[in-house]
Each structure stands twice: as structure tokens, then as C-alpha cells.
Design a protein around this ligand. Structure first.
Ligand SMILES: C[S@@+](CC[C@H](N)C(=O)[O-])C[C@H]1O[C@@H](n2cnc3c(N)ncnc32)[C@H](O)[C@@H]1O
Length: 209
């Protein structure tokens, strides 16, 4: 699916999203946000904020910007933001993660929960996340990646043509987000049911002169 088709899919799916993906993905959201060593006033960018299921998990004192392609998903996120904290420290906007309208080094944390296997060009999105993260800041990804086991790999390759119509793929190799210039992997954990998802944390390295 291209970016427009992905956006259309989530536009149509917004009303049902929480019913299907709230509980099943929640342990990974809790662990990801718990793993971010926030300090007062930190700036967090959440890429693919969706219906805002992560928003109530942020501690007081951080400033969150959430972006998403889909305006019906964002409408749900705005509703949830009102419940989360009155909207004082959370800003939401429609934007494509492949080309973000933020300057370089703008955020302390850049977090993509369950987004990387949804976008058509995952590596470009992770590179863009790295661009807007400040040196010393963290890029955090929670996602399902393709299995290394033969049976798992076979199953994912059979199911992916079906799941792609549902807006995501199961067989994305983890290598597609590794080895990017300036992003050093500092943590790699298994999360969620049967530990089938991974939480990856990268630290952005200072630019060498
Ligand atoms: C599987 S949902 C994840 C939602 C949320 N992060 C969560 O924890 O449940 C993927 C979200 O990414 C958004 N998305 C997909 N491609 C995107 C892109 N290129 N730029 C911004 N958002 C995108 C979709 O609209 C959808 O809301």
C-alpha cells in the first residue's frame, strides 16, 4: 500500500481501532514509555499517534507532539487528550512521518509505537525520526518484525498478503531499521503476547566534525 492507501485504511478503521488493538498492544506501550528516562520539560514526538492510546501514559511535565496521517484517528486522539490531561501539554497534528515539518534535533525522544510495519518505506521513516531527534536523544520503536524461525517465517509470508489489506505487514525484517547512520541501538527487548513484538531503543550519536 502507498501512503495515501494507508491513510485511507486508517480513516475507515478509526472507529474500530481501539476495540481490536487497545488491550493486545498495551503491555508494549506501557513498557516503551516506562523505558524512556524522561526529565522535566522533555520534548517527545509520537509518530503515528493513532487514537492516542499512549497519551494517558506520559508522565506530567513532558511536552508531547503527536502526528498521524489519518484525521479520523486524530479525532479520537483529541477526544482522549481531553481525558488525559485537558490538552495542556499535548499537541496533535496531521503529518506524513516520511517527511516531517520539524527542524533537525527538535525532540528529546522520538517514539513510533506499532507504526514501522505500516509505512511503505520504514527505513526512510526511521531516518527521518533520527533527523528530528537531538544528539543524545532516543529513537524508540515498538513493532512486530519478521520471525527468524522457519515456521514463523513461512506463516508470516503467507499471512502478510492478507494483513497488508488491513494496513500492516508481519514479515518486515528487523534489519530494515538497523544500521542507520548516527543511530546506535542501546536496548532490545521482547514485549506483548508470546513476546512476539520488539522494543528497540536507539541513541542518536553526536555528529562528527
Ligand atoms: C497500527 S496504528 C498505531 C497507533 C498507535 N501508535 C498505537 O499505539 O495504537 C498505525 C498508525 O500510524 C499511522 N500512520 C501510518 N502511516 C503513517 C505515516 N506515513 N505518517 C504518519 N502516520 C502514519 C496510521 O494512520 C495509524 O494511526
Amino acid at each position: 500500500m502507498d501512503v495515501v492507501a494507508v491513510g485511507r485504511f486508517y480513516d475507515r478503521f478509526a472507529g474500530l481501532y481501539d476495540l481490536v488493538f487497545n488491550q493486545v498492544f498495551q503491555p508494549g506501550r506501557v513498557e516503551s514509555i516506562g523505558a524512556m528516562d524522561f526529565r522535566q520539560g522533555d520534548r517527545v514526538l509520537e509518530v503515528g499517534v493513532g487514537t492516542g492510546l499512549n497519551l494517558p501514559l506520559y508522565p506530567a511535565g513532558v511536552r508531547v507532539v503527536g502526528i498521524d496521517l489519518s484525521s479520523p484517528m486524530l479525532k479520537e486522539a483529541r477526544r482522549r487528550r481531553r481525558v488525559a490531561d485537558g490538552g495542556a501539554r499535548i499537541h496533535l497534528g496531521q503529518m506524513d512521518a516520511t517527511r516531517m515539518a520539524f527542524p533537525d534535533d527538535a525532540f528529546d525522544f522520538v517514539y513510533a509505537p506499532y507504526v514501522i510495519s505500516v509505512v511503505p518505506h520504514p527505513r526512510e521513516v526511521v531516518a527521518e525520526m533520527g533527523r528530528v531527534c537531538r544528539p543524545g536523544g532516543k529513537v524508540v520503536i515498538v513493532n512486530h518484525f519478521g520471525s527468524r524461525h522457519r515456521l514463523g517465517h513461512w506463516l508470516e509470508s503467507k499471512l502478510t498478503p492478507v494483513t497488508q489489506h488491513m494496513g500492516f505487514r508481519l514479515d518486515l525484517p528487523v534489519e530494515s531499521v538497523l544500521g542507520l547512520d548516527g543511530l546506535e541501538k542501546i536496548d532490545d527487548r521482547r514485549v506483548n503476547l508470546l513476546k512476539l513484538w520488539r522494543l528497540l531503543i536507539f541513541e542518536k550519536q553526536p555528529t562528527r566534525c
